[in-house]
Design a binder for this molecule. Sequence first.
Ligand code: FPP
Length: 244
Amino acid sequence: MLDLIDKHKIPSHVAIIMDGNGRWAKERDKDRLFGHQHGVISVKEVVEGCAEIGIKYLTLYAFSTENWNRPENEVKGLMELLVATIRKEAESLNKNGVRLWVIGDLDCLPENCKAELLEATELTKDNTKLNVILALSYSSKWEITNAVKQIAEKIKNNELQVDDINEEVFASFLTTKNFPDPELMIRTSGEHRISNFLLYQMAYSELYFTHTHWPDFRKKNLYEAILNFQNRERRFGKISEQLY
Ligand code: FPP
């Protein structure tokens, strides 16, 4: 599989909606947290897989704004899992040149979770091999509304003029301002939805859906998605003949 991948056509940014942990657990008569725990193994595989083929940015949708509405014990369990995973993996991420970022409404996160994340992002801030961006308490509608509020505030204070607003300026108010737009978005577990994830940034992303549940997702599944991406023609509104 790896030898089929064209090293000159690696997407620089891959975004993933990690779905199906609950269904994977249910199929095994286990509770949902069991699925999330196994999902962490897939996270590690995919981080390694991205580093191996030279992907520079990996965004993982780990917890949406809407996920706060899940049963209390699941939310608590997910937060604990996140804290434990970051604590356990931060050193190894750092040694392997991974820089960790977090995007989302972090004020909603429990204090210990916020502190752990801040520590790990600080520890890894000089790394450049791979940027891993965790979308946590994130939703695009929240992000876009927030950007509009910041822009309105700047205009009110005369720090920005209406005529100065363009796509680039707008994007600089998004939480993703430090990253290129994803060229490829992968969603596992068979749902064909974007679920409030990077709506502005995915204007031209290729979308790839697989039936594999997230806890079963391995490097070879990532490479399958990359291969599929490489065989697509990205036209950005142009016609085929204009591309070559
Ligand atoms: C979606 O499956 C998964 C989540 C909401 C959580 C994803 C979190 C992890 C894999 C752990 C994160 C850890 C790190 C370090 C990033 P679901 O529960 O919606 O599954 P279902 O649709 O089958 O119910």
